[in-house]
Design a protein around this ligand. Structure first.
Ligand SMILES: [Zn+2]
Ligand SMILES: [Zn+2]
Ligand SMILES: [Zn+2]
Length: 313
């Protein structure tokens, strides 16, 4: 809004129409009211003096702003990188939550060319990692800003999982503003489903049991095929394997069950999950338009509202 000129406001008393108006309640005063009351008080003074004073006020205001800006720069420089990232995170988080279409997701890094947006505060860069600010990790976090596409900027900004986690806890953005893109191992999927409240040691132990089972199941497959072939050769098709005289069919191994791995309150960070040796074990598999999870979970483990699609878009 352009402030009114002195001519528009008049130089003497307020016009009667304005005076008769009931006083505006606090908080609804327009800037014009403020300007009008200030100017009507000072308007008795010579114009030149007012202009000089006004210029001085403006100059002091600019100096104060420059000083505040320099102080802010110094303050930020003196912060630890983690603190700076945390501050940026507060702003970014508000942007994401207030935007209708801005979103974030975890994805498999498709190249090593993406640079981390944490820039000079990037964890890898600060620790002189070989990759510098580039993201060489298997997975990265992408912030998607569709508006940027329209103005010809890249709509995707990438972060190391560590760097992003210094800014925003990704689990706080689940389910609407943080999703899993693509196929993920059991640890990541369970971390997502329970918003970080999982016990990695428990899941790792389950993965161990599952691997043993998987070997046994392969053995069993082979033995069963042999047994079945033998039965078909020696006996008639319709004969009952229980009474035909063949040795009993080999028993299938028991599938291990995943249970008691949620923690209720205690959280594990996504970047910790990503560093676990077993992070890529037991990925979900896309079969046609179905997603197949290799794990078997105890029914009472599935909480009130399970993420049926594992949080996928
Ligand atoms: Zn980084
Ligand atoms: Zn038989
Ligand atoms: Zn036989």
């Amino acid at each position: 809004m352009t402030p009114p000129t002195l001519e528009e406001l008049g130089t003497g008393e307020c016009p009667p129409a304005k005076r008769d108006r009931p006083p505006s309640p606090k908080g609804t005063e327009t800037p014009q009211d403020n300007v009008a009351s200030t100017i009507s008080k000072e308007s008795k003074r010579p114009r030149a003096e007012t202009d000089a004073e006004e210029r001085e006020i403006q100059r002091q205001k600019r100096n104060a702003e420059a000083k505040a800006w320099r102080a802010e720069q110094t303050r930020r420089r003196n912060l630890r990188p983690e603190e700076r990232l945390e501050e940026r995170g507060v702003t970014l988080r508000a942007e994401i939550q207030n935007s209708s279409n801005m979103t974030t997701f975890l994805e498999i890094s498709r190249s090593k060319r993406a640079q981390c947006r944490a820039k000079e505060d990037c964890f890898y860069f600060r620790n002189n990692a070989e990759c510098g600010k580039f993201i060489w990790s298997d997975a990265r976090i992408c912030v998607e800003i569709p508006e940027y596409e329209e103005i010809g900027w890249g709509s995707k900004q990438y972060y190391h999982v560590q760097c992003f986690s210094c800014m925003i806890s990704p689990e706080d953005l689940i389910p609407d503003k943080f999703t899993l893109e693509g196929s993920w191992g059991l640890m990541v999927r369970k971390w997502y489903q329970h918003k970080g409240c999982v016990d990695l040691d428990n899941i790792a132990a389950y993965i161990g049991r599952y691997k043993t089972y998987d070997k046994k199941a392969a053995d069993w497959d082979e033995k069963y095929a042999d047994w079945s072939l033998h039965h078909r050769r020696h006996c008639k098709d319709e004969s009952d394997p229980a009474t035909c005289g063949c040795p009993p069919a080999p028993n299938a191994p028991d599938k291990p069950v995943l249970q008691d791995y949620t923690t209720g309150q205690k959280k594990v960070e996504l970047w910790e999950v990503m560093l676990h040796d077993d992070v890529w074990e037991m990925c979900d598999i896309q079969e046609g338009d179905q997603i197949v999870m290799p794990e078997t979970e105890a029914p009472d483990q599935v909480d009130g509202k399970p993420q049926e699609d594992g949080g996928r878009k």
